[in-house]
Design a protein around this ligand. Sequence first.
Ligand SMILES: [Zn+2]
Length: 227
Amino acid sequence: MAKTAAPGMSNPEDDMPVVDGPADQDAVQRDTRSAAQRHHDGLIAALRALLASEKLGQHNGLPVSIIVSTTLKELETAAGTAVTGGGTRLPMADVIRLARHAHHYLAVFDNGKALALYHAKRLASPGQRIVLYAKDRGCTRPGCDVRGYWCEVHHVEGWASTHCTDVNTLALACGSDHPLVEPGGFTTRKRKDGTTEWIPPPHSPASGGTPRPANHEPTASTTPKNF
Ligand SMILES: [Zn+2]
């Protein structure tokens, strides 16, 4: 904090926040933040440096990064909100600021079907998980609200016989629900709209329920001022 939260440092009001310092006199003088806000901003700067260091390794087979999904309309108008793989709502202005520092991936959908995934940096493993973060947002079992970062990739159909990993046959399932799909247990299949249907085993009181909509309603979250 003595470094990253010092007056003039890590100030989101600056076009190019000073992060490696020391801040020049101009930056110090235009810094009107409270000490609490400076500590908040300094902590974010430190965490951003950690994220950018690429020393966090991988999580679920992907380089540790923030996965955000939104619509082209919201991106173009720079308004509205996007949703992270953890279910947090992010104002579009924050998404655009984050993107300045990010490796870029772009997934394109048509009515729930994934058409393509583009990425600026070669992935260490297939990019299907990125597409699933945007497509399923979280566990596809009806009634389950586990978010994408905490889910496994489930092969809905055909994989055992074809070994084909078309992303449109994949779905997210949480660690509790994924094992329910087994011989004699739940089965899953894809509907035409790309959602995943969970069918309970015969004679089971459990209900598959209605399919989960393609976009989980994100959890409400506070949006502290950041950059
Ligand atoms: Zn689940």
